[in-house]
Design a protein around this ligand. Structure first.
Ligand SMILES: Nc1ncnc2c1ncn2[C@@H]1O[C@H](COP(=O)(O)OP(=O)(O)OP(=O)(O)O)[C@@H](O)[C@H]1O
Length: 258
């Protein structure tokens, strides 16, 4: 699904991603964790064919970035991020926010969409608990409602790879738990795309996620199965803080130790 080899992104003369090697296979559900400025969003932008590495190779869905038309590649990738959300017109109806994703465009540009697409958009909004919002304008939604609509949008093109950048940011406790529940359902669906979720908090890792990669200072600290990576030592290393990590009922929690 995805293979980054020696991926380096240089900005302002310094690497903000530094020799990153990372591989996501079909069916895997990954969480990307790390402190502020670790390079999580940058890595996701490379994975989403939104940004070319300065050095190294990014292979996405069998294509090599730089040797493929990104406009053909992008519809195969579902992406939900704050940067993308900010480009969605505030006066756009929720239905159209979701529908336009099939064409990887922002803002309605066609007069008519296929009824099959309309039905699919409605079904995805239902699956995200947002069916009742279909006629609302995107700009009038609460933060939690926007996140759920964005995920429905990201699923619209039936992507092979789905990238979610901090989908729980700005949500209250109820909103977070609701989102975690829906992402857990998505993770458990064998027909769902390979999933990558960026977060700051282990509490937001949905049950059913299989792998984790920890970043710090643009470098990979650890990557592998969640049971090995979401433990005190690697997380303490990544966040530069001695942590106690608990795991119960498929969920994680972390706090400063001692
Ligand atoms: N154009 C740029 N010029 C200089 N530095 C940049 C540029 N873009 C990003 N950076 C820096 O690169 C680093 C990584 O940024 P990135 O947004 O990928 O981190 P992140 O892990 O997603 O952070 P956060 O958790 O705060 O969202 C940050 O220190 C950021 O300030």
């Amino acid at each position: 699904m995805l293979r980054l080899s020696g991926v380096t992104v240089v900005r302002g003369g310094a690497p903000i991603l530094d020799e990153v090697d990372w591989r996501v296979r079909e069916g895997e559900r990954w969480v990307v964790l790390g402190p502020n400025g670790a390079g999580k969003t940058t890595m996701l932008q490379v994975a989403g064919a939104q940004l070319h590495p300065t050095r190294g190779t990014a292979e996405i869905l069998g294509e090599t970035l730089g040797a493929v038309d990104v406009f053909e590649l992008r519809p195969r990738i579902g992406l939900a991020s704050a940067a993308l959300a900010s480009r969605l017109p505030a006066d756009e109806r929720v239905r159209d926010v979701v529908l336009t994703a099939s064409y990887a465009v922002v803002g309605r540009w066609r007069e008519a969409y296929d009824p099959v697409d309309e039905t699919r958009a409605q079904a995805l909004l239902s699956a995200m608990g947002a069916a009742h919002l279909v006629d609302r304008r995107f700009g009038t939604l609460s933060e939690g409602e926007r996140k759920r609509v964005q995920i429905a949008r990201a699923l619209m093109s039936d992507p092979e790879l789905m990238l979610l950048d901090e989908p729980a940011a700005g949500l209250d406790l109820g909103g977070r738990e609701e989102l975690v529940r829906r992402l857990a359902a998505l993770a458990a669906d064998p027909g769902a795309p390979a999933l990558v979720l960026v977060t700051h908090h282990v509490e937001e890792v949905p049950p059913g996620f299989t792998h984790a990669v920890l970043l710090r200072g643009g470098r990979v600290v650890t990557a592998g199965p969640v049971d090995e990576v979401l433990t005190a030592e690697p997380l303490s290393d990544a966040f530069g803080l001695r942590l106690r990590v608990d795991h119960a009922d498929g969920r994680w929690s972390a706090r400063a130790a001692g």
